[in-house]
Every structure is written in C-alpha cells, then in structure tokens.
Design a protein around this ligand. Structure first.
Ligand SMILES: [Zn+2]
Length: 307
C-alpha cells in the first residue's frame, strides 16, 4: 500500500501542488477532451489532404501516360507498328465502359481534310501561295541540302536511320521544290523540246508527260521525296530501279514511318504518273498502312480517282 500513500505524502510537502478541486478536475477533463477532438479533426484533415494528393498524383500519372502513349502512336516505331495491327472490336457487352481513347476504326473513311492527306495532282492543284514550314532532311552531293514539311522530317530521318541499321543506305535525292523551282524545271524541259524543232503545242504536251505543271507537283507540298540508294544518287530515274535492294526495303517498310509508294506500277492509269519506285509520300502511319495493305493509290483511297 506504499503507492497509495505517496500522493498524500507529496501533498503534505511544502510547496507541493494542492489537490485539485472537482471543478478544476472537470475543467481539465474538458480541456483534454477538446484537445483530443482538435487532434482528431487535425488527423481527419491530414487524411483528407493525403487522399487529395493521391488523387492528384493518379490524375497526373494517367495524363502523362496518355501523352506518352499518344506520342508513341504518332511516331510509331516499327516495333509498335506490328502490334498495332487492326484487331477485332470487342463484343458488345451489356454494361458500356467509358473508353477515353477508342481504337481507330480500320474501316473509317479517309479524312481528305487532313493536312497529311492533301491530294496534289494535275486535277488538284495546290492552293495559291501554298508554303509549308520547312526543315532539313540532310544533303547530297547532287542536289545539296534537301527540305521537307517540318511535320514529316522526323519520320523521314527515322526511316533513313532504320534502313541504315538494316544495311540499306538511303539518300533523299530530291524533296521539296518551290513552285518557282518546279516552273524552272518545267520550262527548261519544254525549251529543250522546242530546240529539237517541236511546235509550242507539241513541246508542251511532251513536257507534261514527264513533268508536272507548276502548282500540281507533289514536290511542292513538302510531303514527298525521291529517295534512292546511295549508289544510285546519279542514276537515271527509271522504273527498273524497283529491283534494287533499297527500293524493296522502302516498299516493305515505308508505311511503318507513314510513307507510301505514291505512283505504283499498276495504278498509272489512275495517278496519271508513270511507275516511280523512288517517290515516297507522307500520309501518316495509320493511313499509310491502310493504303499499302489495300494496294490502292492515294486517289483511290480518297475517293478522288477519275476526278
Ligand atoms: Zn518525285
């Protein structure tokens, strides 16, 4: 019973605290209760804060994930290319789930208003003063520095690098041409026919077989390029080049970088242009894969054949 004695002994010591009155005890208890309540509120507040932070982080994570996935899709490296093959749509279930990024519909019609699907041919001249923002795609000893629409240069450089890692040395021989440059090419060829004794009308007709009238060449869009193997930099551009390794590589892989063989051998009647195994045109990965796998040309794909 020693312990029971202590408080009394302590209370008896001089200077020691006097015993609390019942009112004081009650007040102190009340204060303690208030402190406890405040502490509980504080903990609740902290928990709320933690939940909010977690929700924000999760939101941030999914936003970044979406951005990264979106960027990967836009760049579409060849590895991603294969996995992105059109898959069967999921069977319709009773409860519809919200899908933030629906799969692109493989049967969706082409959107001819997309910049990447701009159609340029004899019957579809470019708008007056069409002037894309340009960026370099390298230079070559024949034609110097080459430029393309800056929206497609990354894709072109990636394709050239991929070919190189497959042992194929590609050169962008001729890419963007201004309408003035196209006019100068056109006129010099026409002049050479005039010099050979052809009439004005004959010279014009003959030139049109080989050169696009200024304003109607795809090279003026900045979206296409004549690409050859390094060894063929100065070769005559003839259909027989399709037998070269570089031409086969391009035909097989170009779509994975968003490019199509623009003037196929079996579509000369539709494109109005002879078979050009070196001329590749950017249309974007998704449309390029459809066009190449369907074996159509751009005019057919856009429903503009025969226009
Ligand atoms: Zn060309």
């Amino acid at each position: 019973m020693q312990q029971d004695q202590q408080p009394r002994r302590g209370a008896a010591q001089p200077g020691a605290r006097r015993p609390l009155t019942p009112q004081e005890v009650a007040r102190r208890r009340k204060k303690r209760e208030q402190r406890k309540k405040a502490l509980r509120r504080y903990h609740l507040f902290l928990a709320g804060l933690a939940l909010l932070a977690a929700a924000l982080l999760a939101g941030l994570f999914f936003t970044i994930k979406g951005l990264v996935l979106g960027a990967q899709d836009a760049k579409a490296p060849p590895s991603a290319a294969k996995s992105a093959a059109p898959s069967a749509p999921p069977a319709s279930s009773a409860e519809p789930e919200p899908e933030p990024e629906p799969e692109p519909d493989p049967n969706a019609p082409a959107d001819p208003t997309l910049w990447s699907l701009l159609l340029t041919n004899v019957s579809h001249p470019l708008p007056d003063g069409y002037a894309p923002e340009l960026a370099s795609v390298g230079s070559n000893s024949r034609n110097g520095q080459q430029f393309m629409d800056e929206r497609v240069t990354d894709a072109m450089l990636q394709m050239v690098a991929a070919a190189k890692s497959d042992g194929v040395d590609l050169v962008v021989r001729s890419a963007y041409r201004s309408t003035q440059e196209q006019a100068s090419l056109f006129n010099s060829m026409k002049q050479s026919y005039l010099n050979q004794g052809l009439s004005e009308e004959q010279a014009l007709a003959e030139t049109k077989k080989w050169r696009n009238v200024p304003g109607t060449s795809e090279h003026e869009t900045g979206l296409c390029a004549d690409i050859v193997g390094a060894a063929d930099l100065n070769a005559d551009l003839v259909p027989g080049l399709s037998e070269r390794e570089w031409a086969k590589w391009l035909k097989e892989h170009a779509a994975d970088y968003g490019f199509i063989l623009r003037y196929p051998e079996d579509k000369t009647g539709v494109t109005g242009t002879s078979f050009e195994p070196w001329h590749y045109r950017y249309v974007g990965v998704e449309d390029a894969r459809k066009i190449m796998s369907q074996g159509v040309c751009l005019e057919e794909y856009l429903g503009a054949a025969g226009e």
